[in-house]
Ligand binder design. Structure first.
Ligand SMILES: [Zn+2]
Length: 355
């Protein structure tokens, strides 16, 4: 478990906002190299590791990007206005410390707003919108910001490092989806040196948070026989969520997606569900069936590629998604990796290669 913890810390603590995933892709490339026959990076920036087998082409994908912001305007006083990169719940970004990835290196930024002390009674009750916030990097004016290497288009990410909590929980930023990346890597580590019938295609995708983009192009290029997406999902085991709303809990094993966005994202084919569930049952891995009302994953883009690719999702239940304090159980992460490894091993019994 210490290896897994170290791996998650390494991947979660590097920065990779959508469209700027190079820190993550460099780390993933280095991590995959001893595990695969070949590792390449494609035009969009997806990292693709392949290991040849005789059986079906099994794609495992996890997105490398995290939500961040992009500077859209620098005002005369040197304060930055920013656009969201990915789905922020506005209230979670206010008051945060950010890493600004300037052209001349990293800078510290903080997200401020009009002080509540100066608001009238009514305004103080309303949540502040992201577009009314600004970032302060300590610049004196616009020219100073430019001299510091910050301009329109500069990106910033949450400044947060992983920390350990009670009972095998950890908290940090970007577990969505570095937990998925780590699940994929840990699954491949389990298969290292083992005979594997499937041809394995491991993909770190780019720009999931802004439109499932890397998954679309990589699935098109790789044309797998089946695809498995390693992701995070929303558990309901904390206050203010009812069990009938979300029944998944942390510490009870990975989620297996049945459908997401109420079917508008993906309705996982029966054959894929049978593959994943029977594999988990045979290996004694607990799992939780997941139907989400909101949100989609890379599987949505992959399953609609070319003439259709059977796809499924294995996920780690992660509290407080899209915040700097995402929280998960390392045991779930480990069981998710086990499930993916076993699913790769059993894929040839469920899917045929078309080539
Ligand atoms: Zn995600």
């Amino acid at each position: 478990m210490d290896d897994l913890k170290g791996l998650l810390r390494a991947f979660a603590d590097v920065a990779g906002p959508s469209g700027f995933e190079s820190e993550v892709s460099d780390l993933l490339r280095r991590t995959l190299e001893p595990l695969m026959d070949e590792v390449t990076v494609d035009v969009l920036g997806n990292v693709v590791g392949t290991r040849a087998g005789e059986g079906p082409r099994v794609m495992v994908a996890a997105h490398m990007d995290e939500i961040g912001v992009m500077v859209r305007y620098v005002d005369d006083q040197g304060f930055l206005r920013f656009a969201p990169l990915g789905g922020w719940f506005d209230q979670t970004i206010l008051g945060q410390r950010m890493v600004v990835h300037g052209a001349k290196g990293r800078l510290v930024g903080v997200i401020g707003s009009k002080p509540p002390h100066l608001m009238d009674e009514e305004d103080r009750k309303k949540p502040i919108k992201l577009r009314d916030m600004f970032m302060d990097i300590g610049a004196k004016d616009a020219a100073d910001a430019a001299a510091l290497g910050v301009d329109v288009g500069t990106v910033a990410t949450m400044e947060r490092s992983m920390a350990e909590m009670a009972n095998g929980y950890v908290t940090g930023k970007a577990f969505d989806d570095r937990a998925g990346v780590v699940m994929m890597v840990a699954a491949l580590q389990r298969l290292q040196g083992k005979e594997v019938p499937a041809t394995m295609l491991a993909v770190g995708t780019v720009q999931e948070e802004v439109g499932l983009k890397g998954a679309r192009t990589s699935a098109f290029g790789l044309d797998p026989d089946v695809a498995l997406v390693a992701e995070t999902t929303i558990p309901g085991d904390h206050p203010e969520v009812k069990k009938e709303q979300v029944h998944l809990e942390t510490g009870k094993g990975p989620g297996i997606t049945v459908a997401d966005a109420d079917g508008r994202g993906i309705i996982v084919p029966r054959g894929v569900l049978t593959w994943l569930r029977s594999t988990a049952d045979d290996a004694g891995i607990p799992y939780q069936l997941d139907i989400l009302s909101g949100g989609t994953t890379d599987a949505t883009a992959i399953h609609l590629t070319k003439s259709g690719i059977p796809a499924g999702v294995v996920s780690v239940p992660t509290r407080y998604l899209h915040s700097p304090i995402e929280m998960l159980s390392l045991d779930d992460l480990d069981k998710g990796a086990q499930l993916i490894a076993q699913a790769i091993l059993s894929a040839h019994r469920h899917f045929r290669t078309t080539r």
